[in-house]
Write a protein that binds this ligand. Structure first.
Ligand SMILES: [Zn+2]
Length: 374
């Protein structure tokens, strides 16, 4: 065991790619002599390495801390309702290899068969890195409890055991895509540094995460963040979850079609993207209504939770760009009056579609830290 200071230094290197040894020492709160010792120990453990920093002002020469060339890696996998992507991620978050398919042929309802073919590809990736991959994070668009996928209605998968992708993995983190995207925003995106960040992701469904100092508040069985099932919606609409009046179905492609008097779309996400891209008055009106519903719900959550900022991802980014006035007006109107002078900002997520896979990597790292020789 190297001790807590070394663990802290390792986290600093992970969270601040290309940090200099002098800055890292300041962040950990140790002097240069102690930092040299810690760096030597982490280098001997093949966790980090150093390279010259070049000329930095007139101060003493320092080095840049970087991942060790033989250091640990994690495998991050993200499924969407139509595709999957895997990334091999090194300390600091850089992607060193990837794989995936734009389309999962006949994926609907065929979870086990799809997982078997993905597993083969992941096994090949792991072999390529000869034991360096130490853990895996898997993001799925569905309900995940206790590391199992309970239900993914857009995939037609239910009760699928995602841990079969790597049986006996030293570290495995399985989670909902919106939750993982929220984690990623707090580690690498628009919510870095927030004490309590609320993330809302609008996709086929609506989900999100509450992240305290970089740690997802996952709930008792991991289902925290299912904000789409708060009854902020109209009471006569039945949600795929079985409840009525859920918030999510008031913001999706089906809702846009209802607002425009059009037939119910087969692919609500693609339909919502088309409506958002269209320039007609009817489309703009429907988008403004949905953006206002989004803003009003965010206000309710801010009133209840008291985050220091809110990030919106997925289609939420598009609603924010297309109808920020409607969203902002509804947000402010829904806030308790005393909050309106200084409301928590509502920001577009910065990782966009890369959020869930980046979050899967971060959650795998979070579980790997205690197992590393620090
Ligand atoms: Zn629901």
């Amino acid at each position: 065991m190297i001790g807590t200071r070394a663990s802290e230094l390792l986290r600093v290197v992970h969270e601040n790619p290309d940090v200099t040894r002098a800055d890292a020492a300041r962040m950990v709160g140790v002097g240069t002599g102690a930092a040299t010792g810690l760096v030597a120990r982490l280098t001997a453990a093949e966790l980090i390495s150093e390279r010259p920093a070049g000329v930095v002002g007139r101060g003493r020469p320092t080095t840049v801390l970087q991942p060790h060339p033989r250091g640990p890696l994690v495998l991050a996998v993200a499924f969407t309702h139509e595709s999957w992507r895997a990334e091999v991620v090194q300390l600091g978050g850089a992607v060193v290899a990837c794989d995936g398919d734009e389309e999962m042929v006949h994926a609907y309802g065929e979870g086990e068969r799809v997982l078997l073919s993905v597993k083969e590809r992941l096994t090949r990736l792991r072999r390529r890195f000869r034991g360096r991959i130490r853990g895996m994070g898997v993001s799925v668009p569905g309900l995940v409890a206790k590391d199992r996928l309970v239900e993914a209605s857009t995939l037609g998968w239910s009760g699928v055991d995602l841990t079969t992708l790597w049986p006996n993995a030293p570290v495995m983190a399985v989670g909902n895509d919106a939750t993982f995207a929220g984690a990623a925003e707090s580690h690498r995106g628009a919510a870095v540094g927030a004490a309590l960040a609320l993330h809302i992701r609008v996709d086929a469904g609506l989900g999100g995460a509450l992240v305290e100092n970089g740690r997802v508040l996952a709930g008792a069985i991991g289902l925290g963040g299912e904000f789409g099932h708060i009854p902020f919606g109209a009471g006569d609409i039945e949600c795929p979850c079985g409840a009525r009046g859920c918030w999510g179905p008031s913001l999706d492609g089906h809702a846009l079609a209802r607002l425009m008097g059009q037939p119910d779309p087969a692919d609500p996400v693609a339909y919502a993207r088309r409506v958002l891209a269209a320039d007609g008055e009817r489309e703009r009106g429907a988008v403004a209504v949905v953006a206002a519903r989004l803003g009003r719900g965010i206000a309710g959550l801010v009133n209840a939770i008291d985050p220091d900022l809110v990030t919106v991802g997925g289609l939420g980014v598009d609603y924010l760009a297309a109808a920020s006035r409607s969203l902002d007006d509804a947000y402010l109107a829904g806030l308790m009056a005393f909050r309106r002078a200084d409301p928590p900002p509502v920001l577009a997520a910065s990782l966009l579609e890369g959020g869930p896979v980046a979050g899967a990597a971060e959650e795998a790292w979070a579980r790997l830290w205690p197992l590393l020789p620090t």
